[in-house]
Structures are given as C-alpha cells and as structure tokens.
Design a protein around this ligand. Structure first.
Ligand code: FES
Length: 275
C-alpha cells in the first residue's frame, strides 16, 4: 500500500501548522484551487484541505491546516518522517485564472494558504496583484513575506492592531475602491462570514468576486451530498463543482446555517474522545 511521507513540518502559529508531503501522483497533476482529502490511520476521518503549494520536481504537496477538532488534532500529532494513510487528489475544479489588469486577493486566517498559489499563478500571467491579509492578531497573519515576492502591495489588518491596520480586511478593500482603484477581480478566501462581508463590499460596485468554499465534505466525489451549497439558486457540490464559486451568487446565509449544524457534531466527538 502506498504511504505518503511527511518531509517537513512547521508550526506557523499556536493553532496552524504546515506539512510538506511526498505525493507524486498529486503533485504531477494538481493546479491552483484544487484540494486533497487525507486520512490519519485506517480508521481516520477524511480531512479535506486545499493545496497551499506544490513542487512537481520534488513531487511534494504543501498543506496548511488549523487545529480545530479531533481529526486535525490527530494530524498535528504526526511529525516529519511519519506517513499518512491516504492522500487523495487532486480533487475539485482548478481555479479559472482570468487574464486582467488588477486583482486583489483577500485572505482571512488559513485562507492565505489556498489564495497563495492562485495569486502567484496570476502574477506569473502578468496580472498586477495586491493582497489584503487579516488575522485576529499578528501571529495569525499568514504568508505575508511569501506574498511580498509577487504582490505589488501587501496590506495587513489585525483585530487588535498588533500588526498592520487595526480592523477588518473589508475596510482596506472598501478604501481601495473609494480611492478609485480599478479592480478587475477580487478573490476572497477565509471564514465564511469574512467572504460574505467581502461580497457585501464588492457587490454594489459589481466587481467580479471569486470565493473558495469549504463546507463539510465526506466522500469528495459528488456522491454524499454533504458539501452542497446554493449558487444562483441552484444546488452545487463544492467538492466537484468548486471549491471556487462566483461570490456574488453564493447563498452565504444557508452555508453559515449548515456549518453551525455540524459544529455541534464536532463538539460531541471531542467530548467523547476527550480532545
Ligand atoms: Fe460528498 Fe461533496 S463531499 S458530495
């Protein structure tokens, strides 16, 4: 049976870690925007994670995950040299990269991870990219130095003002629009309320806005129906139709309500297992 070795593990802050995994079959084919599903051990739960980076020569995939419950706790217990049981992918549709003049990426928390390869690919196409990265406090602002390598402007916001501007990413975005910047597209990836708030800013100006949705997933193949979202009044499955969608058409309220439903399940598992 193929196993997937962890070649590198890094702690990015007290709840977020990075792993670089040897996964030749995934690294050969993956594109920005796609995700993998991994399992820790034979009985492990399936964990979907968007690909943060890939290296076709080294045959590796980089994942960045937040320790939020039982399964990610199990993942975090592994170290460099350990192996994952399953590492399936690439799954989902690659991001549609549009040639344009100016794109602004907006990332909240671990949303920096999936945003990173998308903006880098656009920058490589000659698109001028800016990014706004938000976090609760300085340590939760991720990948700022990496984005500086290809973004013209890197704006940072923190809730407590410990780094960058005090406040939310949406304020910076609103200020850019107010200043008259021409923005062809906004790509927002982060917590659902943040993506909803970004759309609240862009929609009145009819700015094309792409979001990456991360509802609960089980099979990742469009069979279980667990990851369904409503987009433009139609049912879509984030695992096969996404994870990227037109943010102006997503029913965020329904998505938030569904996420709340599963939160109580996760809390139940944590109580049972003492995590
Ligand atoms: Fe089952 Fe998408 S995870 S349909």
């Amino acid at each position: 049976m193929r196993m997937y070795k962890i070649l590198r593990k890094e702690k990015l802050n007290d709840v977020v870690e990075l792993m670089e995994i040897h996964a030749p079959n995934v690294s050969r084919k993956c594109e920005p925007g796609q995700f993998i599903i991994l399992r820790v051990g034979e009985d492990g739960e399936r964990i979907p994670l968007t690909i943060a980076d890939f290296d076709r020569e080294k045959e590796t995939i980089t994942i960045i995950y937040q320790i939020v419950g039982y399964s990610t706790e199990q993942l975090a217990k592994l170290n460099q040299g350990d192996e994952l049981t399953d590492f399936v992918g690439p799954l989902g549709e690659p991001t549609q990269l549009h040639q344009s003049k100016h794109v602004v990426g907006v990332a909240g928390g671990v949303g920096s991870a999936p945003l990173f390869p998308q903006l880098r690919a656009l920058a490589n196409m000659g698109v001028e990219c800016d990014v706004i990265i938000g976090g609760r406090e300085a340590q939760y602002v991720l990948l700022a130095e990496e984005f500086k390598k290809f973004c013209k402007n890197v704006y940072i916001t923190t809730d407590d003002g410990s780094l960058g501007q005090k406040g939310f990413v949406t304020q910076v975005l609103a200020d850019l629009i107010e200043k008259g910047e021409t923005i062809d597209e906004v790509i927002a990836i982060g917590p659902v309320p943040m993506m909803k708030a970004v759309v609240g800013v862009t929609k009145p100006h009819n700015i094309k806005t792409s979001v990456s949705l991360n509802p609960i997933m089980i099979d990742g193949t469009g069979m279980c129906g667990c990851c369904r979202v409503s987009v433009d009044g139609k049912i879509k499955f984030a695992c096969v139709d996404g994870p990227d969608f037109d943010g102006l058409l997503v029913d965020f309220d329904e998505l938030i309500a569904r996420q709340k439903m599963f939160k109580s399940e996760e809390a139940h598992i944590c109580n049972l297992t003492g995590v």
